[in-house]
Design a protein. Sequence first.
Length: 334
Amino acid sequence: MNFDVLTFGRVSIDLYSKNIGAEFNDIKELTTSIGGSPTNIAVGSQRLGLKTGLFSAVGPDPTGGFIINTLKDEGVDITHVQTINNTTSTAVICGIIPPDRFPLIFYRDNAPDEKITIDHTEKINFSRYRSFLMSGTALAVEPARSAALYATEKAKEAAIPVILDIDFRAISWKDIRTHGIVLRQYLTQCNIVIGTEEELLSVFLEDSNQVSIKESAITDPTISGNVNEAIAKVMKFGVDLLLVKTGAEGVVAYHKDGTVEKVPGFKVDPVNILGAGDSFAAGFLYGYLNGWDTYKSCRLANACGAWMVTKQGCCNFAPYYEEIIQFIENKGGF
């Protein structure tokens, strides 16, 4: 079987608060899902109709078994989800306190996805895939960083597009300046880059004091800097397309030829912003790999992101194709 996309990076069990609005200390019930940006993108893309695979790792524990079983149920190919001995599968606890407080607590001591090696990458036949999506967080530590770079080399040799979701997580980097150094080098290998304005600024960080993280909201940091300068710098690396997510406003697409497209979002009442960016990426991939133009692909992506912020979780609430098309039609169409 051939596949539309292979995603690389973290997979976890996510425990979401069922008590919307409750302070973290007052959470009484949790619901289970799987998570991690590349995992959410793989599941979201699969639900829309693409054939997806995940390159990641779990530990030899019941949590890893839960993750593998859930991926199978979603139809995501697990051929390259490794089980690595002497590691512990990742877990995340997520609070939901609308409108703007979504604390996350990560349990990633001895995380298996950080132990992925070049030898694991060697087993992948990239000619079976139509695209390769890299999560920026997967570049944070060795040996996973070298495995990721080698996977990207193999994707380039197979002449398939490389998509980078910047996915900035300050806690994943011992020195956040390293994040910028590594990402700037990686940008030279990318065809498409996806990120928020803050994530674009993160690529050019010079001082850790530029980053402010409030109440464990590590997926939504405040970063100081000049966004327009960051956008111009990214485009100088030669990427074909840069998608800058601007929340409820939608997305701005910057093309290699200098064309700029503003693609509006969809108005909804948000419950939980976690996973919205991953759902966006899944929607864009569906349109892009089906030959849609950038505007239509981004409208689908915006719809998927808007859908997700109304839900109480991440990929376990990702829309199926018929659902999201009806959502778009109900809000005025493409």
